[in-house]
Design a protein around this ligand. Structure first.
Ligand code: ADP
Ligand code: ADP
Length: 232
């Protein structure tokens, strides 16, 4: 089953002489339960692709289906609902709410939606995030690796159809990065979660099932079951 389908997605910035084509008719299918890495040089359109797929930004043309809903056709209210219920997002810079505890941050998407956590799912998320008594701490009292694990738990808590992560290990040392990657990997392997992750790091890409390479706003190559040597 396809979790997300991108069809001829085009996004430009600026006008006239300064016009930049960040995405040039990108088409891509993301299978349910697969961990995909998006790689490519700086400026190749990776972040733009994540943002347009997660409804954080609007493309110029083309479609993005999350399940059977084309988010490019949705009005604001329906788009907000889709983003809230079916999409998780992890930022490089964690983006936690500093005044809330780790656990309050994790529960925030559900609180906003007025929903209660699914107890079994929530217990699993909390167990795998592995924060113990630090769940009651504020982000400023946590290491970068711990903050990013909280951000991943927040992205997973509503059991979204798909999680997008934009360089989730970009600010972390290799050990903390590995913990975040293990967390994403186990959500895919143990819970059939679908994850798409931008990364520069071949070690991170080796955790995934598939690597898609972007250059100048186009998909130029693809690799199945990557290992470190083949990605490098
Ligand atoms: P990547 O994530 O691969 O580094 P981006 O998606 O950030 O690439 O950027 C793709 C292209 O779009 C680049 O040329 C970048 O400079 C340009 N770009 C991205 N965001 C903006 C913006 N808000 N305004 C103007 N140009 C942008
Ligand atoms: P991790 O591998 O989870 O990122 P670190 O090795 O960076 O953890 O941190 C070791 C311990 O120090 C952790 O228990 C963490 O909570 C604590 N710690 C790290 N950075 C901070 C900080 N800025 N403020 C308070 N405690 C911190």
């Amino acid at each position: 089953e396809v979790a997300a389908r991108v069809v001829a997605l085009t996004k430009t910035y600026g006008t006239g002489e300064a016009r930049i084509t960040a995405l040039d008719e990108v088409s891509l299918d993301i299978a349910q339960g697969e961990f995909t890495a998006v790689m490519g040089p700086s400026g190749s359109g990776k972040s733009t692709l994540m943002h347009c797929c997660a409804a954080l930004d609007r493309a110029d043309s083309g479609s993005v289906f999350i399940g059977d809903q084309d988010l490019t056709r949705l009005k604001d209210k329906a788009l907000t609902r889709l983003r809230r219920d079916q999409i998780g997002f992890v930022f490089q810079s964690y983006n936690l709410v500093p005044t809330l505890t780790a656990e309050e941050n994790i529960l925030l998407p559900l609180a906003i939606a007025g929903r209660k956590p699914d107890n079994d799912w929530y217990a699993g998320v909390i167990a795998t995030v592995g924060l113990g008594d630090r769940l009651s701490h504020k982000p400023s009292e946590l290491s970068g690796g711990q903050q990013q694990r909280v951000a991943v738990a927040r992205a997973l808590v509503s059991r979204p159809r798909i999680v997008f992560a934009d360089e989730p290990t970009g600010n972390l040392d290799s050990r903390s990065g590995a913990e975040v990657l293990e967390l994403l990997r186990s959500s895919v392997v143990d819970h059939a979660q679908t994850v798409v992750m931008v990364t520069h790091d071949p070690v991170a890409a080796a955790y995934t099932d598939r690597v898609v390479f972007l250059a100048d706003g186009r998909i130029v190559d693809e690799l199945r079951d990557p290992d470190r040597e083949r990605v490098l």
